[in-house]
Write a protein that binds this ligand. Structure first.
Ligand code: 5GP
Length: 183
């Protein structure tokens, strides 16, 4: 399967597999340094963060706990609904824990600002954010992502965990979805 080959589904690749992996290694080294001597629990946001959790956690040369949450902010389309709802909650208590949320993409920031507040209200000692991608709109909200893989333009992207109607998550790169598929 080479979906990038004919441009019918993937208009263009904006972040290659190699770029993703080398950036994750860099950020993992930074995280190890920042959290030296400290507790660390990664909370992956399902389903988009599956690839980032799997790769980032393997680059972290230290112990980490891992847990998952599933929330909705997008429906089947490509526009944020602004509604955040928990579909799957954490399995573990995070009282007093140092949390790093692992997200696929920061767009309007609605999801992450809600999630950060939610985790702090459960008594987490600290809550920081790792996101693979960040879109320009993120600048308008007060969510600070401490670790950002790549700043990308405001286009609908798929791959590396990101889907369109549950497809394309398994692409190892990030690409712009051809507009004719959703407009
Ligand atoms: P926000 O709340 O920051 O607007 O949106 C965050 C969520 O929207 C992400 O976790 C992701 O599920 C979805 N999202 C935002 N932009 C894109 C995009 O370009 N492609 C895909 N597939 N999902 C996106």
């Amino acid at each position: 399967m080479d979906l990038s080959a004919d441009g019918k589904e993937i208009e263009k690749i904006i972040v290659s597999q190699e770029q993703i992996q080398s950036r994750l290694k860099e950020l993992a080294a930074q995280i190890v340094k920042d959290y030296e001597g400290r507790d660390l629990i990664l909370i992956g946001v399902l389903k988009g963060a599956i690839m980032a959790m799997a790769d980032l956690s393997r680059y972290l040369q230290r112990h980490v706990d891992m847990d998952w949450m599933a929330v909705t902010s997008y429906g089947a389309g490509t526009k944020s609904s602004g509604v955040v709802r928990i579909l799957k909650d954490l399995d573990n208590d995070i009282l007093g824990r140092e949390v790093l949320i692992v997200e696929d993409i920061l767009d309007t920031g609605l999801t992450l600002s809600w999630l950060t507040e939610n985790l702090l209200s459960r008594g987490a000692k600290s809550v920081s954010v790792f996101t693979v991608l960040r879109k320009p709109d993120a600048a308008t909200v007060k969510v600070e992502a401490k670790y950002v893989g790549f700043d990308i333009p405001s286009e609908f992207v798929v791959g590396y965990g990101l889907d369109f109607n549950q497809k394309y998550r398994n692409l190892p790169f990030i690409g712009v979805l051809a507009k004719h598929l959703y407009s």
